[in-house]
Design a binder for this molecule. Structure first.
Ligand SMILES: Cc1cc2nc3c(=O)[nH]c(=O)nc-3n(C[C@H](O)[C@H](O)[C@H](O)COP(=O)(O)OP(=O)(O)OC[C@H]3O[C@@H](n4cnc5c(N)ncnc54)[C@H](O)[C@@H]3O)c2cc1C
Ligand code: SF4
Length: 500
């Protein structure tokens, strides 16, 4: 498929923008402005590189897309945003070319716009409720809020670099933040801004959580996450890596031995689930998490320079239909697998992955096998994977999730020849912290229970993000972090008032 080049898109957008510049646009005229296509790398080219797939709006495109917004009085898009960004105001600022103001508006409620603009599922959040989509009777025609957010965040990075938020005078209070994903980054930034001393304790050798070890470079360049981490450091947040809470130090010790005044747990949901089928222990079967971590965190895709090698896949089966499955499949393509098959037991409509990512995977040559599920993985005499036996399914009545339940069709087994199987059927929370801290109450899935302020069953201990919600999203993790930070600040302020 041939794509319009960024130059062509910019030329067309500039022509249109010039034709409306300075005019007082009516609602009808705004609705007639065509939605702007985001420039992207050619699918054939990008199969063999790890660089970002989408290239971001050009300036004229961004201003034109912003002009599609109707500036609704009752801005329903804001209700769809988990952190309540003032969407119409920042879009108006982009339309006017006031980019510094646009980013300042976003920063009031979202500290990671360059990341959210890339990975948030806007089509299910702010854009799902946008009036423009409703008028066109097509939610995909909504104003591209996420792409505008990305444009203005990238504009700031390329023109001014990320600024350092102001930090209030030291309060003398110390907070330990476990993990360094979006929940923890938000907590650390919010509490540091209030003048509290913050230390992040991260198990891996690099901070950033799933944004670094899970989501691949071609969707979220690591330089952007590193920038955010540097901003925290410049604010005075201390980051200690290779620090596994539960092993390096127990949670209690953070209070008793290290003297922290409060603790936030943002340890995520990094424990992969398996299918429990025959053949899952064969050589060539990986959790998608391990496969992605090796590729992203250890940069194993860079075969010439990587210190840890990665298995060279030839024919791959990926089990699952979420974002993680799409990332694993598309990473396998870039590792030069000849054939990548996604096996999913429902249909495309029920896939939890973002539609855009499914389209991208398809463009890159990933094959989809819907209404199929692995029954067993087949091995040879060396215990290596040689194939996967799948059962066909049909859809029955809706289940608890509201999606139609897949029902197996007896006797429908077929075999797909593969040498690599990537299991991507979801993640649970890692039990290390809860096992070593029995007072922490959890639900039946091992997620930490909190009240509406993010407080756990333990005094002075708060939690948020995937460890509380189960595997969710970046923006929801940030929302949880924001809530917990406000509660921790209140606690620390009341401590100071008591001792005054
Ligand atoms: C492959 C993949 C793709 C995804 N794609 C998207 C997407 O497109 N859009 C989206 O919104 N969401 C996506 N998600 C989900 C999203 O990344 C998570 O919901 C989000 O990162 C959760 O944030 P968090 O702060 O709770 O934890 P995480 O980002 O999981 O970070 C937790 C951190 O805690 C550390 N840790 C764990 N235990 C300990 C311990 N005992 N001591 C010290 N440190 C510890 C971990 O090493 C990790 O760095 C994706 C997830 C995956 C796996
Ligand atoms: S709902 Fe859509 S059109 Fe209305 S203010 Fe929000 S982004 Fe603009």
């Amino acid at each position: 498929m041939s794509r319009a080049t960024p130059e062509l898109l910019e030329r067309e957008a500039t022509r249109l923008l010039n034709s409306i510049e300075g005019a007082e646009l009516t609602r009808k005229q705004r609705l007639e402005i065509p939605q702007q296509t985001i420039p992207a790398q050619d699918p054939v080219e990008r199969r063999s590189n790890m660089s970002e797939v989408t290239l971001g709006y050009t300036e004229a495109q961004a201003r034109l897309e912003a002009a599609r917004c109707l500036q609704c009085k009752n801005a329903v898009c804001v209700e769809g945003c988990p952190v309540g960004v003032d969407i119409p105001s920042f879009i108006q600022a982009i339309e006017d070319g006031r980019y510094a103001e646009a980013i300042a508006i976003i920063h009031r409620t979202n500290i990671l716009p360059a990341i959210c603009g890339r990975v948030c599922p806007q089509e299910n959040q702010c854009q799902a409720t946008c009036t423009v989509g409703k008028v066109h009777k097509d939610p995909l025609k909504a104003v591209s809020i996420g792409r505008l957010e990305r444009f203005v965040a990238d504009y700031e990075r390329s023109t001014q670099g990320s600024g350092v938020p102001e930090v209030k005078p030291e309060t003398g209070k110390r907070v330990a933040v476990i993990g360094s994903g979006p929940a923890s980054i938000t907590v650390a930034a919010d509490l540091r801004r209030e003048g509290h001393a913050v230390t992040i304790l991260e198990a891996f050798h690099r901070p950033g959580g799933v944004m670094v070890y899970g989501i691949p470079e071609f969707r979220l360049p690591k330089a952007i996450v590193e920038d955010e981490i540097h901003t925290l450091e410049r604010m005075g947040v201390e980051i200690r890596t290779n620090f596994l809470v539960g092993r390096t130090r127990r949670l209690h010790d953070l209070f008793d031995k290290d003297g922290y005044d409060a603790v936030f747990i943002g340890s995520g949901a990094g424990l992969p689930k398996f299918l429990g089928i025959e053949g899952e222990n064969l050589v060539g079967v990986f959790s998608a998490n391990e496969f992605l971590t090796r590729s992203n965190l250890m940069k194993a895709y860079d075969r010439e320079h990587a210190e840890t090698p990665i298995f060279q896949p030839r024919k791959v089966a990926v089990f699952g239909g979420g974002n993680v499955a799409m990332d694993a499949a598309r990473t396998a393509v870039r590792l030069e697998a000849e054939e990548v098959n996604v096996i999913y037991r429902r249909t495309r409509t029920e896939m939890p992955a973002r539609a855009e990512e499914v389209d991208n995977a398809e463009e890159e040559g990933v094959r989809f096998h819907f209404l199929r599920s692995p029954k067993r993985i087949l091995g040879n005499e060396d215990e290596r994977v040689v194939g996967v036996e799948c059962l066909a399914y049909e859809l029955g009545e809706p289940d608890d999730s509201g999606r139609r339940r897949p029902v197996p069709i007896p006797g429908s087994e077929t075999v797909i020849e593969v040498d690599t199987a990537l299991v991507s059927i979801g993640n649970d929370s890692h039990p290390l912290i809860t096992q070593t801290t029995p007072e922490l109450e959890t639900n039946k899935w091992g997620n930490i229970l909190t009240d509406e302020n993010g407080k756990t069953s333990m005094d002075r201990v708060y939690a948020g993000g995937d460890i509380v919600l189960g595997a969710a999203t970046v923006i929801l993790a940030m929302g949880e972090g924001r809530k917990a930070a406000a509660s921790i600040h209140e606690l620390l302020t009341s401590d100071s008032d008591d001792s005054a």
